[in-house]
Each structure stands twice: as C-alpha cells, then as structure tokens.
Design a protein around this ligand. Structure first.
Ligand code: NIG
Ligand code: FE
Length: 405
C-alpha cells in the first residue's frame, strides 16, 4: 500500500485472534488508525457504515501481536562453527569456555570488527527475524568487554532500531565474561563495569536495562549484586542469565532487585521461583540454547505455572549457544522440548515478552494498544507453534504502519 494511505483507517475482517494471552472464542474484525488499534469486535458487531473510508485489508487468517524477542545477542563478529564441531566430539560448553574459547572467541572477533561490519552482519540476522514476524527485539552487548567495544556494540544496536522496521531495546551485558586483561582480577573488572562502562553507556542513552551472567564460569552472586546496585542507582532495570549450567541463586538475586527477568533458568529451584513470583520477575525460556547444548535439565515449567510466574520465550540468538534467528521455531521448540502449550508459547513471545523488556503496553491486541501486529496465512494461532514453516506472514504493522504485505 502507498505510504500516503497509511494515515487512513485499516480494517481486517473475519480474523482468528490471539490477543497476547489467549485465543478469542469468536471471529473478529479489527480497525487500526493513528498507530493504534482503534476498534475491534466480533463479526456480528461489524457495521460497515462506521468504516466507509477504511482501507479493506481483507478477511481471514490469524492476527497476533507482533512477536517480541526479549533476549538476543544479535550484534557480534565472526561465527563459532569450530566450537560446534568440538561439542559434537564431546567437549562441553563449559570446558570450551574454561579453555578461553566460547564467548571469548567472539570477543576477539567483535573487537576486531568496526561498527559498519557489525551493523551489516546483525542487520541480515535481524531481517530474518522481522520476516518471521518480529516487531520488537532486545539486543545485548557483552562481546566487547572494554568501554569502547561495549559502546560500539550498543551504538550498533540502537542504529539497527533506527534503520530497520523494528523496535530495539538495548541491554548492557558487560558482565558477560571475564576479559583476558582482567584474567586474575574479576573484582577489578566488575569495578570497571560499575564505575566506567555503565555510567558512560547510560550517559550516551545506550542502556535500557542491565544484565549479568551469574554462573560459576562467569560472575558470582556477590559480583552480580554489585552490578545490580550500580544499575538501580541509575534507575535502570536489571535482568540476569541465571541457573543455566548450575544453581547459583542468580534468579532469587535478580528478583530481590525487582528484576525484569531471569533467563535460561534450567536449574531454577523453589526458592528462586517463590522470589520471582513475589517480585513479578518473568522467567525467560531459551529453547534454542537448550537444544544447541543438548541440555537434559528441564526448566521447572510446572512449578512456575503453579506459582504464577509469567513465562516468556526468546531466541537467545548468539554465535555459541543458539545460532538461530527464526522466532517461530522457538515457539515450536518451547512446546516440543519444554512442554509449553502453544498458547503459553505465544504469550511467551507477546504479552510476557513485553513485560520482560519493560514495555507492558506492547504484546497485546486491545483497543488503544499500539498497533504492532501480524496477520498470518493460517487458520488457528496454535499452527504458528505446530508447524516449522517460514513464509506464513501476510501483514506486519509497526505502530500502525504496514511494513510487510
Ligand atoms: O545466553 N550464557 C551466556 N551467554 C549466552 C551465550 C553466549 C555465547 O556463547 O556466545 C547465552 O547462552
Ligand atoms: Fe543469552
């Protein structure tokens, strides 16, 4: 549609709707104007005289909120297929990291790359996600580990949001791994993160949230706490990579800071679940990493359900544990590998993902909500999780502007 028609009301009819939490029982019409959903109703309430000037967007299909990928490491240099081969021969992710490979391999390649090379490589990955229905994406730093290189990554992330049709939120993950320069001085590195990298990135408007890899191969609870305190002092929300390879208490810790989310959480225990439920901290499930590392420890889905912890689903797109940029595949894996229902998986990439990035207005279909929407050429919302099939997107809207179809 020509952009000149974009200020007009758009009208869809006879849709199956997943509203961000549930599939609505009847078929609906939906109208969008001025960037928002302005009206919707069941088909028998449609009065054509109310929509005479609207652009007819057709009928049928499924409408969902635009997908939100709330945990990615999309900006990085190089690739790690060599490490993939090592793991196939029996080496574990943790062993490779202890030998100086893993994240640190990507740190070297990312430091060597300039902003434009990082931008071009990440734009390709992000374009695949957009074509698969993503309208919002969170992007972390964490492969620079110096002031200049962390800022470089975050600037690239911001520019992706300015130049591609997608909302980008940025997360500072300077506490992702211990850089070689600080090999014997983890506390010294945490001091650099808290006293220099975080304030400088924040002053440049590059930080929407702060993350820490709280794990025995990364940072301790005490070191993570210092980063969270520095973030809260700047009024920035926090999140954590927690309980991925072992139980280290990172989820309970991030909940103490009313964190947005605790992510991975394969080894999460009852205390962590109770703390997250109490704080409203989202549990972010990363089935791509679970699959790639051939993890056998399942996140405690049932216990989280019982405790009422909101569960999100994300790609964790990164060159090590999840070299995957197809969000709808994550819906499928969340069901087949982690045993979510298709509705839970969909809520995990819409309503609950919005909560995990601190944007609770997004990820919902309701009158007045921002019109970040997808219309799919399928018959029922569950099909999105059931079949692994690119090319089902019919329309995508970002703030009411048609960016696909
Ligand atoms: O979310 N666990 C730590 N960080 C990433 C992996 C990063 C990498 O291996 O490059 C994750 O799995
Ligand atoms: Fe991650």
């Amino acid at each position: 549609m020509p952009m000149s028609e974009q200020s007009k009301r758009l009208l869809w009819r006879d849709l199956a709707i997943f509203d961000g939490l549930t599939t609505l029982p009847e078929r609906h019409w939906v109208a969008v104007e001025d960037g928002r959903i302005c009206a919707l109703g069941t088909m028998q309430t449609l009065d054509p005289s109310q929509h005479r000037d609207a652009v007819d967007m057709g009928q049928g299909g499924v409408m969902t909120p635009g997908l939100i990928d709330c945990h990615t490491h999309l900006v990085f240099g190089g690739q790690r297929s060599d490490e993939f081969e090592l793991r196939l021969q029996g080496a574990s992710y943790e062993e490779i990291a202890r030998r100086g490979g893993g994240i640190l391999g990507t740190v070297t390649a990312t430091r060597e790359a300039d902003e434009s090379a990082l931008f071009d490589a990440a734009a390709k990955r992000l374009t695949s996600m957009i074509e698969d229905g993503v309208t919002s994406v969170e992007i972390k730093s964490g492969y620079g580990l110096t002031l200049a290189d962390e800022l470089k990554m975050l600037r690239v992330a911001r520019r992706l949001g300015e130049q591609l049709p997608v909302r980008v939120t940025t997360t500072l993950l300077a506490a992702h791994a211990l850089p070689p320069e600080y090999a014997d001085d983890a506390d010294g590195y945490i001091e650099l993160v808290c006293d220099q990298i975080l304030p400088a990135a924040h002053a440049e408007g590059l930080v929407d949230a702060v993350d820490v890899f709280c794990e025995r191969i990364a940072f301790s609870s005490e070191q993570s706490r210092r980063v969270f305190e520095a973030a809260r002092a700047l009024d920035l929300p926090v999140k954590a990579h927690a309980e991925q390879l072992s139980l280290s208490g990172g989820a309970a810790l991030v909940a103490q800071f009313r964190g947005l989310s605790a992510d991975h959480i394969e080894y999460l225990d009852d205390d962590g679940i109770a703390a997250m439920a109490d704080a409203g901290t989202v549990g972010v499930l990363l089935p791509g990493a679970f699959y790639t590392l051939r993890e056998t420890q399942h996140p405690p889905i049932d216990a989280m359900r019982r405790a009422g912890v909101a569960m999100a689903v994300a790609s964790d797109a990164n060159p090590g544990t999840s070299p995957i940029v197809l969000p709808t595949l994550m819906l499928n894996m969340a069901c087949t590998l982690l045993r979510l229902t298709p509705q839970e998986a969909l809520a995990g990439m819409t309503r609950h993902a919005a909560q995990a990035i601190g944007q609770p207005d997004l990820g919902r279909i309701a009158v007045g909500a921002p019109a970040d929407l997808c219309v799919w050429n399928i018959d029922s919302p569950a099909e999105l999780a059931y079949a692994v099939q690119p090319g089902r997107l019919k329309h995508r809207l970002l703030e009411g502007v048609l960016t696909h179809g």
